[in-house]
Design a protein. Sequence first.
Length: 427
Amino acid sequence: MTLKFSTPRGTSDILPDAIPLWEGVESQARKVLKSYGYREIRTPVYEETALFKRSLGQTSDIVNKQLLELATSKDEGYALRPEGTASVVRSYLENSFDKKEPLSKFFYIGPMFRGERPQKGRLRQFHQIGVEAIGPNSISPYLDVEIIALAMHLLKDLGIKSPKLKINSLGSKENKDKIATELREHLGIHKKDLCEDCQDRFERNIFRVLDCKKESCRRIVASVVKALPLSDGPSRLHFEYVQRLLKDLGIEYEIAPYLVRGLDYYTYTVFEITAEGLGSQDAVGAGGRYADLVEDLGGNPKANIAGIGFALGIERILLAARPTQDTCAAIDAYMVVMESDSDYQREAFKIVDRLRKAGFNVDMAYTDDRSVKSQFSRANKLNARFTLILGEEELRNKCIAVKDMANRTQENVALGDVLEYLNKRLN
Ligand code: HAM
């Protein structure tokens, strides 16, 4: 048989056997996120294209090459969200959170979409656990370190053995502009020796030249830039304070002088966390501060609203942590009908319905060719704690045989008592 349809390139089905892993990641993450005071927010998976252009930057690769835009008949364009920060800031402003609380701490878990060239750990639909802390006058190094500590805590809890934290600072917006001018001066002399992409980056977004992977560009960068110059006092002090607090919390880090990140909205602290065993796509999470994004998206300039956040890639976490796959979560009971007569099946169906409504996880076979043997093997496959057996004798005596699949014992239970019996044995 030739398959007619398959998943789009760079996407994948998450099949039922893998769902317990995903549920485990999500519920563990929710627990940790709540313990740091973050509350869940759910935004649409698509937004106005202009929102992404405005926030991530016209010159960023995500906007230039990877936005998956929706074809609509109207003039206004929409695109699938490539990340969560822009949507959360849009929602923060639309719902006037700045007037409701001094600091809003959000988290989100969901799919993101980027039209990238797929490879190991790089997908077109992938999932992030993200966090954003936004509020007026909130540029505090304590918040930077809370965010970084939370990211490290989450990754360790999700099974990443030795996550490596790299940090850098771009300083304030003014400082960032100054760095861009200096970089242009220093790198300008070598412009013709940079790779074709970097010559383009030199014009569009000079910062991206710093994290070019090509050896020849790296050599040029290393010869002219030792560290990003933090020339204004507050930017430098902020970064020093962040490092001091990281040390206080015992969080190991490395300063990565060329870490600039691919999104335009970052200012001050930026960071990336890598894990082993992922090949070239080894960032399991990344984030940073955005001091001007809220204002750029319509926030009151006088309110001085800043934000900081990160996102972790769930697929990369699962690749790096390699948790063992629980093939099938156990069900409470499986109903085995001894006779193929429809009266038995109808009676069994009613019992199953009653048990499900009482909250038990129960299943039974509906196909015509169900032999007793195949029903038992299905019960085993589903890892049923009990099988409930209904045959002629049981029905005559208004009872059901309950078999404990773990110790192979069996006893008859009156039909009216099954619920209570299971309640007692399972709780
Ligand atoms: P990002 O670095 O673009 O940042 O993505 C964060 C994480 O998402 C990456 O470290 C990676 O684990 C995962 N990821 C990104 N792209 C892909 C892909 N194509 N396939 C699989 N996994 C991927 C952001 O998205 C920012 N919004 C983070 C942030 C929040 N900054 C401030 N607040």
